[in-house]
Design a protein around this ligand. Structure first.
Ligand code: UFG
Length: 328
């Protein structure tokens, strides 16, 4: 299929582009490089453009006879979304609506959309199924939920084929260490712990050890980025006119912050000093996926079920690229 991957120079996008290309699809990446890295796009043509530029998108659709869109381009930091909601609503909602109109006006009807566990807020029942009420607690979660609803409406009214994939905590890197996670500033747990192992940080701050969890630290469901990529391919082949899927993507296994740090110590052999700090506002105590629907509908099965294996792939990337893509 001929696929335009919007935000394909980002973390999850770049891993998906690679898998799509290696599975025989024709792939183009559309990215404004505000947060993505051109060096991560190795197996597709990179088109620089803005998500909000409907006319440019329409030209790209026509020129390359695009049949499907994967949409990864979003701001995705909870804290930043609280501080700068306008930026989040502009990019994640307003600009995405331009993309949907460009698709509608061009007759492109397949879309796989990156949604998030943040649409659930702080659910009181774990694991989280797709039937769990979606009650976001921050602007980021709201922006993703708005687009999920827009996609449902576009599927009903215009026959779009839609899959909204609700990722839990994306983690890891391609096992060959060629592409991986590189955010600036970095806020995610595993990269920060591994930067500590590399000596780039003195210690890792643990954001709260008084949560109602067995060891007092927050529990998350870490899912390997290549498993997310695999789910995108499967979702794509599932789309028919009017298909409207919302699916959780996680392993179903939760790990506390302390357990992740322990796994990183085992993988790196580094003592990784820690320091308990205040809770980070907006962090739910526990988020673990019930992904049985994705397993049933897509026949998706995460290959990386072991946190140490996930960390090992991330470590391989960080060790080989201690400064991320900037040194390439
Ligand atoms: N954490 C620390 N110290 C750090 C960084 C993180 O203790 O230096 C803790 C956090 O408090 C949290 C856990 O590690 O408990 C994981 O934090 P991340 O920042 O790695 O990931 P989040 O769970 O906050 O974020 C993920 C996605 C977001 C999504 C969010 C929804 O990255 O895009 O889940 O809750 F919005």
């Amino acid at each position: 299929m001929r696929i335009l991957v919007i935000g394909g120079a980002g973390y999850v996008g770049s891993h998906t582009v690679r898998l799509l290309a290696r599975s025989g699809h024709d792939v183009w990446v559309y990215d404004n490089l505000s947060r993505g890295h051109p060096q991560s796009v190795k197996e597709a043509e990179l088109i620089c453009g803005e998500l909000s530029d409907r006319e440019h998108l329409k030209r790209v659709f026509q020129q390359h006879e695009i049949e499907a869109v994967m949409h990864f381009a979003a701001f995705a930091l909870v804290g930043e979304s609280v501080a700068q909601p306008a930026m989040y609503y502009q990019n994640n909602v307003t600009a995405t609506l331009e993309l949907l109109e460009a698709m509608r006006e061009s007759g492109v009807w397949r879309i796989v959309f990156s949604s998030t566990t943040a649409t659930y807020g702080q659910p009181d029942k774990i694991p989280i199924a797709e039937t769990t009420p979606q009650l976001p607690i921050n602007p980021y979660g709201f922006t993703k939920l708005v687009i999920e609803h827009a996609l449902t409406d576009y599927a009903r009214a215009y026959g779009f084929g839609v899959a909204s994939l609700r990722y839990f905590n994306a983690a890891g890197a391609s096992p060959d260490g060629d592409i991986g996670e590189d955010h600036d500033p970095e806020t995610h747990l595993i990269p920060i712990v591994l930067q500590t192992a590399l000596g780039q940080r003195a210690r890792i701050g643990i954001f709260g050890d008084d949560y109602p969890t067995p060891d007092g630290t927050c529990i998350r469901d870490y899912v390997h980025v290549d498993d997310l990529a695999d789910a995108h391919l499967r979702a794509l082949s599932h789309l028919r006119p009017g298909t409207n899927l919302q699916l959780n993507l996680g392993t179903g296994r939760g790990h506390s912050v302390l357990e992740v740090i322990q796994a990183c110590r085992r993988v790196t052999g580094h003592p990784i000093p820690t320091q308990v700090e205040a809770r980070r506002p907006g962090d739910p105590a526990e988020l673990v996926a019930d992904s049985s629907l994705a397993r049933r509908v897509l026949h998706w099965q995460p290959r990386y079920m072991d946190i140490e294996e996930i960390v090992a792939t991330a470590w391989n990337w960080h060790r080989r690229h201690p400064r991320g893509y900037s040194a390439e």
